[in-house]
Design a protein around this ligand. Structure first.
Ligand code: C2E
Ligand code: CA
Ligand code: CA
Length: 472
């Protein structure tokens, strides 16, 4: 840096400069460093969200000439790495992911970390096939195992893609497109790349409409419950029922919970809906003869709600149902995401006497370690394992393993989705304790459930003929 003042002689003529020259390299470096830090992610050194939005803006202004593809990338189940291997390993994975991303792109393309486990990429290309190839290559490379201090970590990646100028020309439109495509990729089972298409906008509209519908459904009494009997495979008697929610929309008719529950979870409405189910199910079950029990499905999101425990207690006391006759069904992910609060809630329920069942067992990570952390009362084998029973390549060995495990750990095993006699005979032979499925009963309205219950009690009163075999 040079500063100077002109020197004038006695007659006022210019006679040179007088000043100071100093080396400000250090200061400059520091400023650059600060500017760099403000616009880059400190962990991976990739551009951060701030710089990325400038770069995307810039890219969009020239999109008409050369075309760009925007990729939104998200690691699959990154939280699991953090939780099981620790945050230091989580950070190391993110750094390694960033390195692999750089390696999978051409020079001139831009990769950024938008935050958490979210990344974004701008590719300068107008060739959609090429962009999809890059996305596939990224997924393949990211999915290769990572090794840290002798530990192996696996992680997958989902990608949403959109192109400019075809799909849009503004940064906000492109980001929205790529997010929608990413949502689709995740919904389709993760580990895949999906290209935006305008139908995704319609689906988003559909989800919004459904959320509005759900708000109305609660106040308008459009929900009701059906009860699917649970059968003891030894005595063949009904021992309880699972409450399954139904929504009859005045315009669209019956909507499946498989369709609206995920949307209610996304919008947070699941807490209110779940509470309604709890109260309604307990109220109905309180009218059933003891010890017939009721099983209620709880969404993982309900477990994050600190008020859950109080709601369950209130449902029990208002209905007068003894806690021993209430069972809650949770899915594995509750245990994987578990923290002190969820574990506390589970232990509290356990000490109240409420039974806890692990639903859809075998479909998730089945990491099994949580079976040691918490004394589950029941395991429900997912119906995908029951479906193929009796066919050549069935899942008998898995079913047998689950039953053996449950026996040793003193848990009841329920087979879901029993649809025919052959499955029932095999399951009984394997030592499965309980069954549920269309072969016994479909989900029933309350009055029909009571009829089935009475019939099941009278069946027991008249012993079956000796040659009845395993038939109900
Ligand atoms: P789930 O907990 O696995 O419930 C069992 C599902 O299997 C029910 O579907 C039931 O109708 C169906 N099912 C029972 N027997 C058979 C059979 O033999 N064959 C076949 N193919 N299916 C059978 P549904 O009622 O459509 O419920 C779907 C899912 O929606 C449930 O799966 C559960 O995850 C969720 N859900 C239902 N009610 C509630 C609720 O009140 N709260 C929450 N959070 N989720 C619920
Ligand atoms: Ca269930
Ligand atoms: Ca289930």
């Amino acid at each position: 840096s040079l500063t100077g003042k002109p020197i004038l002689d006695k007659r006022g003529h210019f006679a040179g400069y007088h000043g100071v020259g100093s080396d400000i390299t250090g200061q400059r470096r520091q400023q650059e460093q600060i500017a760099f830090l403000a616009r880059h992610d400190s962990l991976t050194k990739l551009p951060n969200r701030v710089l990325f939005s400038e770069l995307l803006h810039e890219a969009c202004t020239h999109a008409d000439q050369h075309g760009i593809a925007l990729l939104c990338l998200d690691l699959d189940n990154f939280k699991l790495i953090n939780d099981t291997l620790g945050h230091a390993t989580g950070d190391a994975v993110l750094v390694a992911v960033a390195e692999r991303l750089k390696g999978a792109m051409r020079q001139g393309d831009i990769a950024a970390r938008l935050g958490g486990d979210e990344f974004a990429i701008i590719l300068y290309t107008n060739d959609i096939e090429e962009a999809l190839r890059v996305a596939a290559r990224i997924i393949e490379r990211i999915s290769r195992p990572y090794r840290f201090d002798g530990q192996l970590a696996h992680i997958g990646m989902s990608i949403g893609l959109t192109t400019a100028p075809q799909d849009g020309k503004t940064p906000s439109k492109l980001m929205k497109n790529a997010d929608l495509a990413l949502y689709r990729a995740k919904a389709e089972g993760r580990g895949v790349a999906r290209l935006y298409d305008p139908a995704m906008d319609q689906r988003l509209q559909g989800r919004r409409q459904m959320q509005a519908g759900l708000r109305r459904a609660l106040t308008g009494g459009e929900f009701y419950l059906e009860y699917q009997p649970l059968i003891d495979l030894t005595s063949k008697r009904i021992t309880g029922a699972e409450a399954l929610i139904r929504w009859r929309d005045p315009e669209r008719g019956l909507i499946s919970p498989a369709e609206f529950i995920p949307i209610a979870e996304e919008s947070g409405q699941i807490n209110e809906i779940g509470n309604w189910v709890l109260f309604e199910a307990c109220k109905t079950a309180a009218t059933w003869p003891a010890p017939i029990s009721i099983a209620v499905n709880l969404s993982p999101l309900q477990f994050r709600d600190p008020a859950l425990l109080d709601s369950i207690k209130a449902a029990l006391s208002e209905s007068g149902l003894p806690p021993e006759r209430l069972e809650v069904e949770i899915v594995e992910s509750v245990m994987l995401e578990s923290n002190t609060q969820t574990e506390y809630a589970l232990w509290q329920l356990h000490s109240l006497g409420v039974r806890i069942a692990l639903d859809d067992f075998g479909t998730g990570y089945s990491s099994l370690s949580y079976l040691r952390r918490f004394p589950f009362d029941k395991i429900k084998i997912d119906r995908s394992f029951i479906r193929d029973l009796g066919y050549e390549k069935d899942d008998s060995s898995i079913i047998l393993a689950i039953i053996g495990l449950a026996e040793r750990m003193n848990m009841v095993v329920t087979a879901e989705g029993v649809e025919n006699e052959e499955q029932l005979v095999l399951l009984s032979a394997y030592g499965c304790t309980q069954g549920q499925g269309y072969f016994f009963h479909r989900p029933l309205p309350p009055a029909r459930f009571l009829e089935a219950l009475r019939a099941s009690e009278t069946d027991r009163a008249t012993p079956p003929p000796a040659n009845a075999g395993a038939v109900l």
